[in-house]
Design a protein around this ligand. Structure first.
Ligand SMILES: C[S@@+](CC[C@H](N)C(=O)[O-])C[C@H]1O[C@@H](n2cnc3c(N)ncnc32)[C@H](O)[C@@H]1O
Length: 248
């Protein structure tokens, strides 16, 4: 499970401008979705949990405001969808805390035409958020039932630029590489070399690294235009382990 994390930049006061800009930048489609009965808790989530903790990319804030998180949680759990915490999605897995989804999305500095890879589709929520700020999202899930459910959910919600596959994300998706952005939402004890290889020069990867029972850190890994790799530790986190093997 991903734990609640207090803003890595501290509990900074909300600058009025990022949120106001996020609202101003919302597309008509986004504005329509704000009419739903969860629009108010979703707006409060963006302001109180995300912007207030220091996430300021207006496109990321707009994406978090527009994606209907309550449609990605287990039926019956909708009233908890905008809580400041991860939630169970069955199969021993979780949908991550909203702040962590926003933080990881901001850290990879998404661009409109980027090709993104996500490891750990889960409910499909992080993929849906990413799909609002990049060109195409490829996402891999090792639990076959979760992969199928996420694929159907994303299709029903008309996220046309997300491609879901069941498999072991440790190996990445060589046929679709290279990627400008890689987001890993389960924790390996080391950075998988295939993912580093599949990062385009100039690309950014965010990944939790460590053990479930000891320390895990969220790392930002960047490949510069010459292919050199740099790594920065961002904040302690707690994610489910990255499993290995065939989909089950
Ligand atoms: C914290 S959950 C991800 C939450 C998800 N991103 C969402 O938005 O709902 C981690 C997911 O990674 C999956 N996972 C674990 N190991 C994996 C692997 N080797 N390849 C692909 N998915 C994996 C788990 O089954 C689980 O669904």
């Amino acid at each position: 499970m991903t734990t609640a994390v207090i803003g890595h930049r501290g509990q900074t006061a909300l600058a009025a401008s990022p949120l106001a800009l996020a609202i101003a930048c919302a597309a008509p489609h986004d504005l329509e979705s704000q009419q739903d009965s969860f629009a108010a808790p979703r707006a409060a989530m963006v302001m109180d949990q995300i912007a207030r903790r220091g996430v300021s990319d207006v496109r990321v804030l707009a994406a978090m405001r527009s994606v209907p998180r309550h449609l990605f949680v287990t039926p019956g759990e909708e009233s908890r969808a905008y809580d400041d915490s991860p939630l169970s999605i069955g199969h021993g897995q979780t949908i991550s805390q909203p702040y962590i989804v926003a933080l990881m999305t901001e850290l990879v500095r998404p661009q409109a035409n980027d090709r993104a890879l996500e490891i750990g589709t889960g409910s499909g929520y992080q993929a849906a958020v990413l799909s609002r700020v990049v060109g195409t999202v490829y996402t891999i899930e090792i639990v076959e039932a979760l992969a199928r459910a996420a694929e159907q959910r994303l299709k029903a919600l008309d996220y046309r630029n997300v491609v879901v596959r069941a498999g072991d994300g440790y190996a990445g998706w060589p046929d679709r590489a290279p990627f400008d952005v890689i987001v890993v939402t389960a924790a390996p004890d080391h950075v998988p070399p295939p993912l580093v290889e599949q990062l385009r020069p100039g690309g950014r990867m965010v990944i939790p690294v460590g053990s479930l029972y000891e320390r895990q850190d969220l790392e930002l890994i960047e490949k510069d235009l010459s292919g050199a790799i740099s790594t920065r530790q961002i904040t302690p986190v707690r994610f489910v382990p990255l499993r290995r093997g065939s989909p089950r």
